[in-house]
Write a protein that binds this ligand. Structure first.
Ligand code: TPP
Length: 245
């Protein structure tokens, strides 16, 4: 079989449990490759979320800490403060970060905590069976809005990058997509930038990755990638929202 991926010591040999077409695995690999290439494997602490990526501690071959639902930035901030020689990252889904954990992410960004947050926006609660998330699109169906999200009843999707970019604390905020190969290459560059900012002590960094959830979106993997590109990217435009030089 052809080698598709570069070997990275930053990932264990444990096979990912993700559904076919889910992009959590791609996001894990990108984080691992970047940290590996920075040569900091022995000085990395990751914080795993509650959500589909709850087993991230089995996959990343570095020190990992599990946080309770939504609290990953608070935990990551504490770890960075007591052990600042480490690169510290929090890995969170949209339910975790933008729903139950909205207070933690806002205050961490506002404090300018010198951590990196990898924010996986798949517009739905994946792990619990597809409930509406703060980032669910208007018209998108979920188990809690079977007729499609309606602004009058359910509110509008929250743009986390744009919102956090208004704060003084963040050093680097970018939204990328995992919907095709050129986008994935850009996503890797964004992670490099964020982790380098942290290394230079610049402060809070967050990379939002538009991701697909074919299982809960009730689509094939290909349809889900098209939906990410054609629908999600309309509501969540890609780009850099904050960069402190
Ligand atoms: C305090 C608490 N409330 C609710 C839950 C149930 N719960 C587990 S995962 C999850 C949503 C995860 O969705 P998201 O963060 O979008 O990640 P995904 O699974 O889509 O990757 C919820 C509500 C929980 N585990 N703990």
């Amino acid at each position: 079989m052809a080698t598709v991926f570069k070997k990275t010591d930053m990932l264990t040999e444990v096979p990912f449990h993700y559904c076919p077409g889910c992009t959590h695995g791609i996001a894990h690999r990108l984080v691992a490759e970047v940290l590996d290439e920075m040569g900091c494997q022995n000085n990395v602490v990751g914080v795993a979320p509650v959500g589909c990526a709850v087993f991230a501690y089995n996959y990343f071959n570095c020190d990992m800490q599990q946080a309770s639902h939504g609290r990953a930035p608070a935990v990551a901030s504490a770890i960075k403060r007591v052990a600042p020689q480490n690169i510290v990252f929090a890995y969170q889904g949209d339910g975790d970060l933008a729903s139950i954990g909205m207070a933690e992410i806002v205050h961490s960004a506002s404090r300018g905590d010198n951590i990196t947050v990898v924010f996986i926006n798949n517009a739905i609660y994946g792990m619990t069976g597809g409930q509406m998330a703060p980032t669910t699109l208007i018209g998108q169906t979920s188990t809690t809005c079977p007729g499609g999200r309606c602004a009058a009843q359910n509110g509008n999707p929250i743009r986390v990058c744009e919102m956090l970019a208004t704060l003084d604390g963040p050093a680097y905020i970018e939204r990328v997509s995992l919907a095709d190969v050129p986008s994935i290459r850009k996503a890797k560059k964004a992670l490099q930038k964020a982790f380098n900012c942290q290394k230079e002590g610049k402060g809070f960094t967050l990379i939002e990755m538009l991701s697909s959830c074919p299982t809960n979106w009730k689509m094939t993997p290909e349809q889900a990638l098209d939906y990410t590109k054609n629908e999600m990217q309309q509501i969540f435009p890609l780009g850099v929202f904050k960069e402190v030089k």
